[in-house]
Design a protein. Structure first.
Length: 49
């Protein structure tokens, strides 16, 4: 599992990264389309440098 480590005002925040496989396939119908698109956009932003 991958996590994002962010430093915030209240301390260090660990946020799990949802694998792409969990956003579709066997989990189809368990997540709303808008949420899936938001998560994909977040992952794309992380890959830019």
């Amino acid at each position: 599992m991958r996590v994002i480590v962010k430093e915030g005002v209240d301390g260090t925040v660990l946020k799990p990264v949802t694998p792409l496989e969990d956003l579709a396939g066997i989990d189809a119908g368990k997540i709303k389309l808008d949420e899936a698109k938001r998560r994909l956009d977040e992952m794309r932003e992380e890959d830019r440098y």
